[in-house]
Design a protein around this ligand. Structure first.
Ligand code: ADE
Ligand code: ZN
Length: 353
């Protein structure tokens, strides 16, 4: 593997490997902030806002998190977001995420939010963005975590509705760096959103898109060719097209992979069956992320530790490449990337001793 630092541990015992994975500085590039809403916070916000909940207790709600596919998850995810009403609700949700991020040694986070989920209940986009942005600023001040917000369009809705969401978000343009595409993938190809993404590019917004999670490799090609996505969220089904894998490798188009999500949504049978090693072997710019940590059983360090434990072929060099890729693939300034990579090198040098 290229770009490895000069002082690297060759191999580590499992507990020491897990410690390195936890300790290494990293960026998270695929986290839906509404997917960080833990059941305890759902109940607290429901009580605060007088919102009735269908589940009688935190335990009953958590027990309902037995998903069979993406849609079965999305139904609960949108219902859970229904407790978010006021600016402080969005702040509290994002702040809880940043506290977890700090504990996981995340130094930079690019955070998705779904404004259409909230405007449908009459919550203005400004309420959402202002609450989230306040938490981003405080995370920088208290933890030194840098962050960016990325507005996602819901692909099960129409392009016209995406244009309306963009219009409502434009007064807050300075608070988000880019746009993404999420929600139900099958039957909603990227081509459906060609014009709204063209407009976003004209506005100078960065572009990412979910593709190749449940949908076919052709959706990844559509995201690249039609939306001009700079990163692909998930993208694990790229392996169904060797030509596409070669293209992604040659262009160093990042894939933001979410192993625990893929298992919970039955994209892979278990972590041992995940294709992360194949993606790394193909030379792709892969990163590890949590997606919707409150629903999928873990935050970013849980994803790293559990995935490495399940795939014994993965070792320190893979960990280094994944963390380094997360910085390379981010929309952060070059000087920040260099600083984080220097800190990453220092962490690995300590483990080489
Ligand atoms: N929204 C939140 N999580 C998602 C996922 N894993 N795929 C598509 N849309 C999502
Ligand atoms: Zn996602």
């Amino acid at each position: 593997m290229s770009d490895l630092p000069s002082r690297m541990p060759a191999r580590l015992a499992p507990e020491r490997m897990a410690a390195l994975l936890r300790e290494m500085p990293k960026a998270e590039l695929h986290i839906h902030i509404e997917g960080s809403l833990e059941p305890e916070l759902i109940f607290r916000l429901a009580a605060r806002n007088g919102v009735p909940l269908p589940h009688p207790s935190v335990e009953a709600l958590r027990a309902a998190y037995a998903f069979t596919d993406l849609q079965s998850f999305l139904d609960l995810y949108y219902a859970g977001a229904g407790v978010l009403r006021r600016e402080e609700d969005f702040f509290d949700m994002a702040w809880a995420y940043f506290e977890r991020a700090a504990a996981d040694n995340i130094v930079h986070a690019e955070v998705f939010f779904d404004p259409q989920t909230h405007t449908a209940r009459g919550v203005p986009t400004g309420t959402v963005v202002t609450g989230l942005e306040h938490a981003c600023r405080r995370a920088h001040a208290e933890f030194g975590i840098s962050s960016r917000l990325i507005l996602c369009f819901l692909r099960h809705l129409s392009e016209e509705e995406a244009f309306a969401a963009l219009e409502q978000a434009l007064p807050h343009r300075s608070h988000f760096v880019g746009v993404g595409l999420d929600s139900s993938e099958r039957g909603h190809p990227p081509e459906k959103f060609a014009r709204v993404f063209a407009r976003c590019r004209e506005l100078g917004l960065r572009v990412v898109a979910h593709a190749g999670e449940e949908g076919p490799a052709a959706y990844i090609e559509g995201a690249l060719d039609v939306l001009r996505a700079e990163r692909i969220d998930h993208g694990v089904r790229c392996v169904e097209s060797p030509e596409l894998v070669r293209r992604l490798a040659a262009t160093r188009t990042p894939l933001t992979v979410c192993p625990l999500s893929n298992v919970r949504l039955r994209v892979f049978r278990d972590l041992a069956a995940h294709n992360l090693p194949a993606l790394l072997d193909a030379g792709l710019c892969v990163t590890v992320n949590s997606d919707d940590p409150a629903y999928f059983g873990g935050y970013v360090n849980d994803n790293f530790v559990q995935t490495f434990a399940a795939l014994p072929g993965l070792g320190p060099a893979h960990a280094y490449v994944l963390a380094r890729n997360s910085f390379e693939a981010s929309f952060a300034p070059a000087a920040d990337k260099q600083r984080w990579i220097a800190a990453l090198d220092q962490t690995f040098a300590r483990y080489a001793a």
